[in-house]
Design a protein around this ligand. Structure first.
Ligand code: FE2
Length: 212
């Protein structure tokens, strides 16, 4: 009984190692580019929604914080992406569970040895590049919004390799396989998640001080 109690408390402590407010403050300490901030908030929103949908609702805050912080080191240390993150996160009291999750989205790409293992890490791996591609596709629409974007137009952009050429299609394919989902299902769930948080994210971005 005591043992179970200790395990439960330990898990809670790990999840609560850094609050959403602390995570936001920490992210802004290393990121000023509005594009990066928008991406981080979008991935946070998708991760929260996926946590609920995949039956991890009680961990939604944790999934969200992982999404928010996943690119914490990219703006200032692009050549050490996912390698500098542990130092930045650890100095702020982040748990090893959080650090592993953040780094795992660079597995096979950045030199990190953190492999996506948990469903949350596989989801992050799958939606990181995909959400960037969906956002790029939305920006060229008259609406400049994901509200009216459909699965088939995203699939068309995925096949057009010259569109958002920096978006790694192979990572999306790997992430889809990790989750064991059909590509259409992943795209649809990601679009729906992005629709649900778009207005709130736009409001946050509008309130940010313009970058000089
Ligand atoms: Fe990212």
């Amino acid at each position: 009984m005591l043992r179970i109690d200790i395990i439960i408390r330990t898990m809670s402590t790990l999840r609560a190692s850094i609050s959403r407010e602390q995570a936001w403050e920490l992210f802004l300490k290393y990121n000023q580019d509005h594009f990066h901030i928008q991406h981080a908030l979008t991935v946070e929103g998708i991760m929260r929604r996926f946590a609920e949908e995949l039956g991890y609702g009680e961990d939604a805050d944790f999934w969200g914080v992982v999404g928010l912080l996943h690119d914490i080191d990219f703006e200032k240390h692009p050549n050490e992406h996912c390698l500098k993150a542990p130092e930045l996160l650890r100095s702020s009291g982040a748990s090893e569970e959080l650090i592993h999750a953040v780094c795992s989205h660079g597995y096979g790409l950045t030199g990190t040895d953190a492999k996506p293992e948990h469903q949350m890490e596989k989801a992050l791996f799958a939606i990181d590049e995909l959400s960037g591609l969906i956002w790029a596709a939305a920006l060229i629409r008259p609406s400049k919004s994901v509200q009216d974007i459909e699965v088939k137009s995203v699939k068309k952009k995925l096949k057009a390799l010259n569109f958002a050429a920096g978006c790694n299609r192979e990572v999306i394919a790997q992430g889809t396989a990790m989750l064991g989902w059909e590509l259409d299902a992943l795209i649809e769930k990601t679009i729906l998640a992005m629709r649900s948080c778009e207005a709130a994210i736009n409001a946050v971005i509008e309130r940010l001080t313009p970058v000089a």
